[in-house]
Design a protein around this ligand. Structure first.
Ligand SMILES: C[S@@+](CC[C@H](N)C(=O)[O-])C[C@H]1O[C@@H](n2cnc3c(N)ncnc32)[C@H](O)[C@@H]1O
Length: 196
């Protein structure tokens, strides 16, 4: 069954993602279904996507985080953390292992997206993936209004060029550039592959 079809059948609430996301993920991860062992998603809402990943990647330990208390929506037995993706203390408390796949479907605020990328990319396994969803969804909604758009950061990353972001330190930027194998954006989704 295709990923989109599995998603449509997720109960009680299907994941909150447009159909083309599934086509992209299927193309990128079809061959990894049995291989992925650890998956983490920022943004749980009703738990639809956590359920989807568990079904699509049968050998994966799926976990997630959300700023709100999602204890009523997370599937039983699945690990989840309450925390804010823009707070270093929360990310440091939550991250304790490496992941094959980390997805950011959280606040969609540029500053938060870039801050999370900077802190979580080191937790992606070699050859693993970091996905950012819904680029531009909160256009202009940044903490101090001066953050570079994530879409621009990703353009630099695709070309392997240096960039400046108030949410990313110089050494974090160097780490990201040095360890990025590829960075592919289609519409509002970006898939970053880490070097093996
Ligand atoms: C689009 S929903 C997630 C949908 C879910 N991934 C799915 O596909 O079914 C976004 C979630 O991000 C959470 N969120 C918003 N701001 C956040 C933040 N700063 N840190 C962590 N989670 C946040 C919201 O509470 C909400 O549950």
């Amino acid at each position: 069954m295709s990923l989109a079809k599995i998603a449509r059948h997720i109960k009680p609430v299907p994941p909150d993602k447009p159909e083309y996301h599934y086509a992209m993920y299927e193309k990128a991860f079809r061959d990894k279904r049995e291989e992925f062992r650890d998956i983490f998603e920022i943004g749980i809402a009703f738990g639809g996507s956590l359920r989807l990943w568990k079904e699509y990647f049968p050998n994966a330990d799926v976990s997630g985080m959300d700023i709100l208390d999602r204890s009523d929506t997370v599937p039983e037995g699945m690990t989840w953390y309450q925390g804010d993706q823009s707070k270093l203390d929360d990310l440091a408390r939550i991250m304790h292992k490496e992941y094959d796949l980390i997805l950011d479907d959280g606040s969609h605020v540029d500053w938060h997206i870039q801050f999370s990328l900077a802190h979580l990319f080191p937790y992606v396994k070699s050859g693993g993936y970091y996905v950012i969803e819904d680029l531009d969804c909160r256009r202009g909604l940044n903490l101090d209004g001066s953050c570079i758009k994530t879409r621009h950061v990703l353009k630099y990353l695709t070309k392997g060029q240096r960039f400046e972001s108030p949410a990313i330190t110089e050494s974090q930027m160097e780490y990201i550039l040095e360890h990025t194998e590829s960075c592919y954006t289609y519409r509002s989704v970006c898939i970053i592959r880490k070097k093996s």
